[in-house]
Design a protein around this ligand. Structure first.
Ligand code: ZN
Length: 214
């Protein structure tokens, strides 16, 4: 299976690539060049031309996009209702961009479209890295904190818990990402339980790839 990955750093890519292989149950080959965006809103801006490029110029099966939620709306079960779209949810926004961009594309390179896979790390990818070793870090904890005005932790604190510093080197970031995601090498159920909206959506999109391919 071939996939492209759009993320904000090579460390994120290492972690997401590993988790994608666990969900898919097979090795995935990355399509190069590696794509990178400079955070939000840059991801949303570069996404349409990237989708078109992958569609017409490569034979990649799908594109994985993962962004940090930061202080925006958490994607929840409610957003999954047919036709629902939350204008301030980054995951809903990215799905809409996929939909609009691929709507009128003719088939190319043997497939109808580049499959979509979108994830939202709440509030940042370091929260996923802490899954299974820090029970206080969950999507629910963050969302309830947003609603009450008392956030349970900051993004800097999450970084410190994962890397031991808020400004890790690239090498250190990759080492920590790989080490933390290895806890989920057998399955990703814990991640889906603790991060149902943002990680659950990513896992579901990946499973849809498999069912569409066979
Ligand atoms: Zn949403």
């Amino acid at each position: 299976m071939k996939l492209a990955l759009l993320s904000e750093s090579p460390a994120d890519e290492a972690g997401i690539h590993f988790l994608a292989e666990v969900v898919l149950g097979r090795k995935v080959q990355r399509v190069r060049p590696h794509l990178r965006a400079r955070g939000w809103p840059n991801v949303a801006q570069v996404l349409p031309p990237i989708i078109k490029h992958l569609h017409f110029n490569t034979d990649t099966d799908g594109l994985i996009v993962v962004v940090d939620c930061d202080d925006t709306v958490v994607h929840t079960e409610r957003h999954e209702a047919e036709g629902y779209f939350h204008p301030h949810c980054r995951l809903c926004q990215l799905r809409a961009i996929f939909r609009q961009t691929t709507k009128r594309l003719p088939a190319a390179n043997g497939r109808k479209r580049v499959m979509r896979c979108v994830g939202l790390a709440v509030p940042a990818i370091e929260a996923w890295y802490l899954c299974g070793r820090d029970d206080t870090v969950t999507e629910d904890a963050w969302r309830l904190g947003q609603e009450s005005g008392h956030l349970p932790y900051t993004r800097s604190e999450l970084k410190r818990r994962v890397y031991g510093t808020t400004r890790p080197s690239l090498k250190k970031s990759i080492e920590c990402a790989v080490k933390e995601v290895a806890r989920h090498r057998r399955d990703v159920r814990r991640l889906e339980t603790d991060f149902p909206g943002g990680f659950g959506a990513l896992a579901n999109d990946l499973r849809d790839w498999i069912s569409q391919k066979h």
